[in-house]
Design a protein around this ligand. Structure first.
Ligand code: OGA
Ligand code: ZN
Ligand code: ZN
Length: 446
């Protein structure tokens, strides 16, 4: 089985990659393995075939048994076995654990001639060298092991070819505003590819100058996919039509940052909102309200992981129930607010205070959950995190509803005539079109 690491992953690595070729190392190790058969058990000692830096401050160590283990750098540094870190005579630990930088990264990561994992650290200008015996690593790394390479295997036919997602905040999104004219997107394949590229990389892409006709949104979608029908129909209208027991979106109240339909078995991946009517803020002195805002949930999650790892852990591991009952129907689903895959990469955000049900978790999790939820929400709503603008008639915003959170400020429904038409699309359909346009682009290039 071949093992490929994505360019995305490798580009994120901040330290040089030193990988001992599996075969070369095996040849070199052959005598060592047989010589180190454990006399008592008769089982061969584990051999490290390669070690390389992986993302999330991790060293990925691959053993000859095809087991891989992800060792966090902080754990490795804390458990250095050198004579400065463990007293040779008493074997008691000398490391000042709380003084270590939890985000520590090594200068280098290699496998020594005698098969040890060697790590060099820089600490306040001093060099500290750690050596880890493969038997020791294998023993203490049991809980970091995964069997086989599957979780980090990258589908070279597809994902490998897509660009890196670009996590954004207010400054970076405005520096590179993801927008395009309706005409360009509708009339040329190049335009459509570029628009889908914006949507893929930023999780949000705007179209300008979309004719303000009802159901135009469906024509836009037909350009690359088809509408995903939901309990709200093929499309839905965000207008002020309060119906008792219906939906807060259909009033003038503010909608805080959220993702839609977390109560479904799978929340829709792509959402589009087309502005048919709105009061133009440029034409009045006072803010008419109904201002749209967006924030990159993946960036907020990354921030939390790097700065508040305990909160990140709580939000990635505590399932929360989302439910809704309206117009005679009911739905309910259980999701962690932040969903990750086996590699620890963010895959989905589920966040909507309006549909989140009372937390049901062990008592000791309740306070940490509220603490983590608050940290996430504070970062989310910081002005520097968000993209905020007034949609004007003719604007259409598409966003990845499992990554980008959206919301709107309140407006006075008696004064503001606002009408957005919205719909959902299966996101893999959009990405499928994106992939095929990219493939076509390559095949037509000389
Ligand atoms: C919604 C919603 C946004 C808006 O209906 O779920 O987020 O700008 N609407 O009204
Ligand atoms: Zn040490
Ligand atoms: Zn919404």
């Amino acid at each position: 089985m071949s093992l490929r690491y994505s360019t995305q992953l490798l580009r994120r690595l901040a330290i040089p990659l030193v990988q001992t070729s599996r075969q070369a190392h095996k040849r070199g190790k052959a005598t060592m393995v047989s010589a180190s058969l454990r006399a008592d058990l008769g089982t061969p000692s584990p051999v490290i075939t390669s070690a390389l830096p992986a993302h999330h401050l991790t060293a990925k160590v691959i053993f000859d048994s095809n087991m891989t283990a992800d060792f966090k750098y902080i754990w490795l540094r804390d458990n250095c076995q050198c004579s400065k870190c463990v007293d040779p005579s008493t074997k008691q630990k000398l490391v000042d654990t709380p003084a270590l930088d939890v985000n520590i990264k090594p200068l280098s990561l290699t496998i020594s001639e005698n098969g040890m994992l060697e790590i060099t650290w820089s600490e306040d200008g001093d060099i500290h060298k750690s050596e880890y015996d493969p038997v020791w690593l294998h023993k203490y790394g049991q809980s970091f092991m995964h069997n086989s390479f599957e979780s980090d295997m990258v589908d070279v036919d597809q994902v490998y070819q897509r660009p890196e997602m670009e996590l954004w905040d207010r400054t970076t999104i405005w520096a590179n505003f993801p927008e395009m004219s309706y005409k360009e997107m509708m009339e040329s394949d190049n335009g459509l590819r570029q628009w889908l590229d914006l949507f893929y990389r930023f999780g949000v892409a705007v179209l300008r100058g979309v004719p303000t006709e009802e159901n135009k949104i469906q024509e836009v979608v037909k350009r690359f996919a088809y509408v995903k029908e939901t309990q709200y129909g093929l499309t839905f209208d965000v207008i002020n039509k309060p119906v008792e027991g219906s939906h807060l979106a259909y009033t003038g109240v503010a909608l805080a940052h959220h993702t839609d339909m977390n109560y479904r078995e799978k929340s829709p991946g792509m959402q589009l909102l087309h502005c048919l009517k709105a009061n133009d803020p440029k034409l009045s002195d006072t803010d008419p309200g109904g201002r749209s805002f967006f924030a990159d949930g993946f960036r907020i999650a990354r921030w939390l992981e790097e700065n508040e790892p305990a909160a990140y852990h709580v939000l990635t591991s505590t399932p929360v129930r989302f439910a809704i009952k309206n117009e005679g129907q009911q739905y309910s689903a259980l999701w962690p607010i932040l969903c990750t895959n086996a590699d620890g990469d963010m895959t989905e955000v589920h966040y909507n205070n309006r549909t989140m049900k009372p937390l049901q978790a062990p008592t000791h999790v309740v306070t940490p959950f509220y603490h983590a939820h608050k940290l996430f929400s504070e970062k989310l709503t910081e002005q520097s995190s968000g993209l905020e603008f007034n949609m004007v008639p003719g604007d259409l915003v598409a966003f990845n509803n499992r990554r980008v959170l959206h919301g709107r400020t309140a407006f006075d429904a008696t004064k503001v005539d606002r009408h957005l038409q919205g719909c959902y699309v299966d996101i893999d359909e959009a990405f499928s079109k994106y992939d095929s346009l990219r493939t076509k682009q390559w095949s037509t290039q000389p």
